[in-house]
Design a protein around this ligand. Structure first.
Ligand code: NAG
Ligand code: NAG
Ligand code: NAG
Ligand code: NAG
Ligand code: NAG
Length: 428
């Protein structure tokens, strides 16, 4: 079967790892287990710009939804080694004199009337979803990098529960890059390189990159296995599944090693050029190849994303389990039930693949050929077996679909199944 893996890995951008603080900036970093952090993993990063301080924040875990939304503020003093977030350790909000110490400075007020340190008062509380807070940025014109009373250096961030109790805290520190952050940076660079690269890599290699990429950025693959007809989706799913036991750092490392081993012009010193044109070309190719590439979705989400589904024809009804429309269509008597679509599949192949037993019955009742072959010599039973649709396989077998027919890979339908399934089909 023709597999078209176009630019699978032009997925590289806009992911959490890319948002890590880097050198020359200030950040309050929460790390699960660190004194003061509770179970929280996340960061609030501060960067000086001409218009004020750019604040970006992201929390991946550890904020208990039931205590939020969470107010958070810049407090006067850094967090002591023991991690105490109380008033004797970290003091009160900075810039207390500007406004009284309430949690009431709402986002609709004139922000200049708020305490400079009251970040949630000015920009909204942290709303946790299963412990995580999505990546957010804003520019604050009132804070300063250092210098009292609005300076950030040598202060801390305290995250409060909604009832005002102090929940967790972290010092605001000059950020120096750790080994993990260096890894994230190299990974980002490698992703960018592949995104811009026009070098022709073979499909096996692309799929490896894809698997490592998904594992590095998402972790375990929890999507269900895509339909057999979704070749690309299936291959991608397999590639991800094959490596999803790795931890994220290990997956980043493998991704980087693989790219280095190919000798295609990338090393850790590579700088992402403003190579917009090439980048555009590769995106163009991705579209022409027909693979809908969505950055964070599991492979199977991309499955149905093609023009074909706009067609209200027999293939579409078979695929989508629409028996009412199918019956209606068959009444017209003008339909060739054994017709094949552009990929060489008959309606019965589709229904068998998707496990739509009712459709299979209707098609067979209307004289569909139970041994109709694809260009690769698969009959409908091949698909029911590969996709593990037991009831459909049993029905097809009873109706005469041949379990010993070899496809172009010299495999029979039953070669694709396990003993239990085989037994169930042959002795139902
Ligand atoms: C940071 O703050 C602490 C407590 O307020 C103070 O003792 C220390 O001198 C400060 N350090 C710097 C570098 O300003
Ligand atoms: C918020 O403001 C209201 C009055 O506008 C006041 O009654 C309330 O105590 C304030 N809340 C806090 C936490 O200070
Ligand atoms: C700061 O944030 C604004 C948006 O809030 C963005 O347009 C700008 O590019 C950022 N500046 C820097 C230096 O990151
Ligand atoms: C806020 O809620 C927490 C958890 O339920 C509780 O331990 C704490 O005492 C509460 N604080 C206030 C001020 O009510
Ligand atoms: C297909 O449609 C039938 C009813 O026509 C229904 O019983 C069956 O559950 C459907 N199958 C799926 C997979 O939705």
């Amino acid at each position: 079967m023709t597999k078209t893996f176009t630019v699978l890995f032009v997925l590289a951008l806009a992911v959490g790892v890319l948002a890590l603080p880097s050198q020359g900036k200030l950040a309050a970093i929460f790390e699960s287990g660190k004194p003061g952090s509770k179970n929280i993993d996340g960061f609030i990063k501060f960067e000086e710009t001409d218009n004020g301080i750019n604040v970006s924040l992201e929390f991946s875990d550890g904020l208990p939804d039931e205590f939020g939304p969470f107010p958070y503020h810049v407090h006067e003093k850094p967090v002591p080694d023991i991690g105490d977030c109380g008033p004797f350790s970290v003091g009160d909000h900075i810039d207390l004199t500007t406004a009284p110490n309430t949690f009431n400075c709402s986002a609709v007020q004139d922000k200049s009337l708020c305490q400079a340190g009251d970040l949630s008062g000015k920009y909204g509380k942290l709303v946790s979803d299963d412990g995580a807070v999505a990546f957010t940025t804003y520019t604050d014109p009132f804070l300063q990098f250092d210098g009292s009373p609005k300076g950030l250096l040598n202060r801390s961030i305290v995250i409060h529960m909604l009832n005002t109790t102090r929940y967790a805290c972290a010092s605001i520190v000059q950020f120096t890059m750790s080994a993990d952050d260096q890894l994230a940076k190299d990974f980002e660079s490698a992703c960018k390189f592949l995104g811009q690269s026009s070098s022709a890599l073979d499909d096996t290699i692309k799929l490896k990159f894809y698997g490592y990429y998904k594992t590095a950025t998402i972790g375990k693959c929890t999507a269900s296995k895509p339909s057999f007809f979704d070749f690309v989706g299936r291959e991608k799913w397999n590639a991800w599944k094959a490596v999803d036991e790795l931890d994220k750092e290990e997956a980043m490392r493998k991704y980087i090693e693989l790219l280095e081993s190919l000798n295609v012009g990338w090393d850790v010193n590579w700088e992402a050029g403003a190579d917009e044109v090439k980048n555009k070309e590769s995106r163009e190719r991705a579209r022409i190849g027909g693979v809908a590439v969505s950055t964070l979705a599991c492979a199977s989400d991309e499955e149905e994303d093609n023009d074909e589904l706009d067609r209200q024809d027999i293939f579409y009804f078979a695929k989508t389990n629409n028996s009412a429309e199918l019956v209606e269509l068959l009444k017209s008597n003008t339909i060739d039930i054994n017709a094949k679509d552009a990929q060489g599949f008959a309606p019965l192949h589709w229904a068998a693949d998707r496990g739509h037993l009712d459709i299979v019955k209707i098609l067979i009742a209307n004289n569909a050929n139970v041994n109709i072959l694809t260009n690769e010599n698969e009959n409908p039973l091949h698909f029911a077996c590969i996709s593990e649709h037991r009831a459909v396989a049993q029905y097809l077998y009873k109706c005469g679909s041949d379990p010993s027919l070899e496809d172009n890979d010299q495999l029979t339908p039953l070669d694709y199944t396990n003993d239990g399934f085989k037994e169930a089909v042959l002795h139902s």
